[in-house]
Design a protein around this ligand. Structure first.
Ligand SMILES: C[S@@+](CC[C@H](N)C(=O)[O-])C[C@H]1O[C@@H](n2cnc3c(N)ncnc32)[C@H](O)[C@@H]1O
Length: 359
């Protein structure tokens, strides 16, 4: 994912019923002239974040340095100091970012054997931990070093170096053992009412956070395709699937312009934190082909579920990375032939949109 630091404010024209109304507390949205979107504050309807997903702050860097020292010097005082900083900045700086995962590692370093057993009771948390902790925490040290520029890496300015940082960052962000706490993931999964035997395409699966949950719900008679453009994510998903005997998971390397599934395959196509990328960074031709491939892969009664990051009102902590107003997604998918059938929002920073193909 290559984001340049962009703030995009869009005035979109809609000819259907999908107009946009984004009001901030205290504002009353002005009537839109003609069919232009009524934007009533300076809030951006689309925000792409940055290559680092969120701004690197002084306090975030301090906490990262303390955690790195704790790992390198095996010094629990440094881990305790890092935890104090994370505890202070989590409610203030960003929503849903990596701080809670890094604090989780501080807790591990500070915990008793019993605490650690509880932390690693979930098998997917254990795999996440294993990835970062193997070889004396080599991957976690590398991540902190690259992200907060605490160490020098010969490839930092190359595509390989940027891809490596992006992979590690996605891994820690999306398989964060504390994701449930900020995302209310179980509510998202519950509202989808997934049945045993269902076929699900997790498009933009990343390191498989949702893929693994879907695999447990669909069971041996079901199927989950983990689809991504990044091979390292797919390799991790495949290794974990093998390790835990999740034989209903199949990984698929996506082309940027198509999800690579056979027609009429999926009961549900799921995209979490992906549509904003398609919306903002694809050419129209690529977007057309991508959405067409989703449409083809869905069974006639299948559902397309888009989970993405909401625009929040003044006074609410925004999601740490990109966001996109749900009205833009609903509006665009309408013209691609999808009708919104349900929508949910369990936290201000994230929404769930459920669509069906128009027949
Ligand atoms: C923000 S991450 C979200 C990961 C996962 N959906 C989750 O919520 O845990 C987006 C993922 O989409 C992948 N991606 C980006 N463009 C893609 C495309 N055209 N097709 C499939 N995956 C894509 C990225 O490699 C990344 O793993």
């Amino acid at each position: 994912m290559l984001y340049s630091k962009i703030l995009v404010c869009l005035l979109l024209l809609f000819t259907g019923s999908n107009t946009i109304s984004i009001a901030t507390a205290g504002d009353s949205p002005a009537a839109a002239p003609g069919n232009a979107a009524p934007i009533s504050s300076k809030v951006s309807l689309v925000h792409l974040g940055s290559i680092d997903s969120f701004t690197i702050t002084e306090q975030g860097t301090l906490a990262g340095r303390l955690l790195l020292n704790a790992l390198e010097n095996k010094d629990s005082k440094e881990a305790a100091a890092a935890k104090v900083v994370y505890h202070a900045i989590i409610p203030k700086e960003h929503y849903g970012g990596e701080y809670t995962a890094l604090e989780w590692f501080c807790d591990y370093l500070l915990g008793t054997d019993d605490d650690r057993r509880v932390q690693l009771a979930d098998r997917f948390h254990r795999s996440f931990f294993g990835f970062f902790a193997e070889n004396d925490f080599a991957n976690l040290k590398e991540y902190l070093g690259r992200k907060y520029k605490l160490k020098k890496f010969a490839d930092s300015a190359t595509d390989e170096g940027r891809d490596r940082l992006s992979f590690l960052e996605d891994f820690i962000l999306f398989n964060n053992p504390r994701r449930e706490e900020w995302e209310r993931t179980s509510k998202i999964v519950e509202c989808l009412k997934i049945q045993p035997g269902a076929t699900i395409a997790d498009v933009g699966s990343g390191p498989g956070y949702y893929t693994f949950k879907f695999a447990e719900l669909t069971g041996a008679s079901g199927k989950v395709y983990a689809i991504d453009t990044v091979q390292n994510h797919l390799d991790y998903v495949q290794n974990v699937s093998r390790k835990y005997g999740l034989s209903n998971i199949e990984t698929v390397k996506d082309r940027a312009d198509g999800i690579n599934l056979n027609p009429d395959t999926a009961d549900l196509v799921f995209m979490c934190s992906l549509y904003h990328i398609i919306y903002t960074t694809s050419t129209e031709e690529v977007k057309d082909r991508f959405v067409e491939s989703v449409k083809e892969a869905l069974k006639p009664e299948g559902r397309l579920v888009v989970v993405d990051n909401a625009v929040v009102q003044d006074g609410q902590l925004p999601y740490h990375g990109p966001h996109i107003a749900k009205e833009l997604v609903i509006g665009q998918l309408y013209y691609y032939g999808f009708d919104l059938t349900e929508q949910y929002q369990f936290i201000p920073q994230r929404y769930v949109l459920v669509f069906k193909k128009r027949t």
